[in-house]
Design a binder for this molecule. Sequence first.
Ligand SMILES: CC(C)(COP(=O)(O)OP(=O)(O)OC[C@H]1O[C@@H](n2cnc3c(N)ncnc32)[C@H](O)[C@@H]1OP(=O)(O)O)[C@@H](O)C(=O)NCCC(=O)NCCS
Length: 192
Amino acid sequence: MVIQAPIPPSYGRSVAERSAAIVDRTLGARSTFTIRPVRATDRRALSDFYAGLSPASRYMRFMGFSAGIDELRARTFCTPDHVHEEGFVAVLDKASPEQIVGHLCLQPYGTRKLELAVAVGDGFQGQGIGRQLITAAISWAEHQGYEAIAATAFADNWRVLRLLSSAGHPAHVIPAGGGTVDVLIPLRAALD
Ligand SMILES: CC(C)(COP(=O)(O)OP(=O)(O)OC[C@H]1O[C@@H](n2cnc3c(N)ncnc32)[C@H](O)[C@@H]1OP(=O)(O)O)[C@@H](O)C(=O)NCCC(=O)NCCS
């Protein structure tokens, strides 16, 4: 497999064009959001995002109890090498300071696969942010020549299972014990 060079800034711009209208269900405020690759300067906003998730959403995201991410994890999430690992955030447009409302990370899993994990702020769920994050992730992984994306979720996490199973690629859902499932999404490099 050929792992291509880090994506040029133009890739980030094309991802960022996927902007759409949403409502903050907690505050009732209307806004739009943009999907873009994560940056080193996102550390504070990303920590705030995870600290602000409901305990139930954090439990599903981290597959266990968690208060959020510590400084080291924030740095790791915000400084992927953009070749073997990547991250995307959904940010509210025109918010100051910048507000992250969704985060997806892709980390190496074996030699030709990536492991995906994703979360969307509770007040913003069910409005397409997760789907756009997954679309950006699949597009990036295919561009880089990866063969598959894998994810682990609780077997009753229908939201993420529905999302991963309807991402435009056939998804294999495999029981993994302990009330969890592994999801494997083969990409173009494996299907060609
Ligand atoms: C899973 C998660 C990331 C989905 O993000 P999202 O932005 O809510 O997802 P989307 O709005 O793009 O919706 C995806 C699908 O799920 C459905 N859905 C998601 N949230 C929903 C909600 N609150 N109510 C009803 N349907 C919902 C949508 O109908 C959509 O299906 P469709 O496009 O076929 O209609 C989000 O629910 C979340 O952060 N959950 C907690 C963390 C988690 O479980 N992470 C997964 C670990 S791998």
